[in-house]
Design a protein around this ligand. Structure first.
Ligand SMILES: Nc1ncnc2c1ncn2[C@@H]1O[C@H](COP(=O)(O)OP(=O)(O)OP(=O)(O)O)[C@@H](O)[C@H]1O
Ligand SMILES: [Mg+2]
Length: 237
C-alpha cells in the first residue's frame, strides 16, 4: 500500500535517502526509527510528493506519486507533530471544516461525531473549543480527520512527541484501531517504547539506509534499545 523502491535523494552534499525500499501492506503499522537527519521526514515528504526523488519509485495504493501526484495524495492522510486546528472552533467544527477542505464527499454530522468518538476523543470534548484541548486531544482530531477521509494510507511524523504516557498510549490504541480498519500506517518516531508497543514492523534508518527491518513481535522492548544503538553507532565490542 505504502511503497518506496530504491529511492535516492541528494540535498547538495547530503544523501538524505540512499536506496530506500519499504513496502507497508494494508492493515500494517510500520514504525520508522532513526537519529536526527536519518531521512525519516524526507521519506514522508517523498510519499506526499513534496520531495521528488532523484532515482527510484514511490507509490501509494499502486498510484505513482510522481506521475499522478494528486491522485496519490488522495490516498493518504498526514499527521504532523503539531496538528494545526482553529482554536475557536470545536473539535466537531474543525473536523467538518478540514473534511470539506479535503474535497472528500460530505458526511452527516452524526458520522463526523462518530469519527471523533472512534478516534478516542471523550464525548464531552467534541463540542468544546479546541483551544482548550490538550495536545493528545488535538492529535485525536487529526486521527478523526483521517478516519472521515477513509484514505487507505496514513503518514505520521513524530506524532507522540510531547504526549504524556497515557495520551501516547491512547494515541497508539487509536492507530491500532485504524490499522484494524485496513489502513496502512507509516510512523516516524524517536519513541522506541511506543514504536515497539504500537507497530507490527520496525525499521531503523541511518544516513538514508534501512539498517534494520524486523517484526515488532520478534524483539522485546529491553532488546530494542541496544539493537538501535548498535545499528546506528556500531558495536564497540
Ligand atoms: N529541503 C532540504 N534541503 C537541504 N537539506 C535537507 C532538506 N531536507 C532535508 N535535508 C537534509 O537531509 C537529511 C535528512 O533530513 P530529515 O529531515 O529527513 O531527517 P529526519 O530523520 O526526519 O531527522 P529528525 O529526527 O531530526 O526529524 C538531513 O541531513 C537534512 O539536513
Ligand atoms: Mg524529521
Amino acid at each position: 500500500m505504502i511503497r518506496l523502491d530504491d529511492v535516492h535523494k541528494q540535498f547538495g552534499p547530503v544523501a538524505a535517502l540512499s536506496g530506500l525500499s519499504l513496502d507497508i501492506p494494508a492493515g500494517t503499522i510500520y514504525s520508522l526509527l532513526g537519529p536526527n537527519g536519518a531521512g525519516k521526514t524526507t521519506t514522508i515528504n517523498a510519499l506526499l510528493g513534496f520531495v521528488e526523488p532523484d532515482r527510484g519509485r514511490v507509490t501509494i495504493n499502486s498510484i505513482d506519486v510522481k506521475t499522478q501526484r494528486m491522485a496519490a495524495r488522495r490516498q493518504v492522510t498526514y499527521i504532523p507533530e503539531q496538528v494545526q486546528l482553529y482554536p475557536r472552533l470545536t473539535g466537531l467544527e474543525n473536523l467538518r471544516y478540514f473534511h470539506e477542505l479535503s474535497g472528500a464527499a460530505a458526511l452527516e454530522l452524526g458520522e463526523l461525531r462518530r469519527c471523533l468518538f472512534d478516534a478516542g476523543l471523550q464525548e464531552g470534548a467534541i463540542d468544546r473549543p479546541v483551544g482548550d484541548y490538550s495536545k493528545g486531544m488535538r492529535q485525536k482530531v487529526g486521527i478523526a480527520i483521517a478516519l472521515a477521509r477513509r484514505a487507505p494510507a496514513m503518514l505520521l511524523d513524530e506524532p507522540t512527541s510531547g504526549l504524556d504516557p497515557h495520551a501516547a498510549r491512547e494515541f497508539g490504541e487509536s492507530l491500532r484501531w485504524l490499522a484494524g480498519q485496513g489502513v496502512a500506517i507509516l510512523m516516524a518516531t524517536h519513541d522506541l517504547f511506543r514504536a515497539r508497543e504500537v507497530a507490527h514492523r520496525i525499521g531503523i534508518l541511518n544516513a538514508g539506509c534501512l539498517v534494520e527491518d524486523l517484526l515488532a513481535a520478534d524483539i522485546d522492548i529491553a532488546a530494542l534499545e541496544p539493537l538501535y544503538i548498535e545499528r546506528i553507532h556500531g558495536n564497540p565490542g
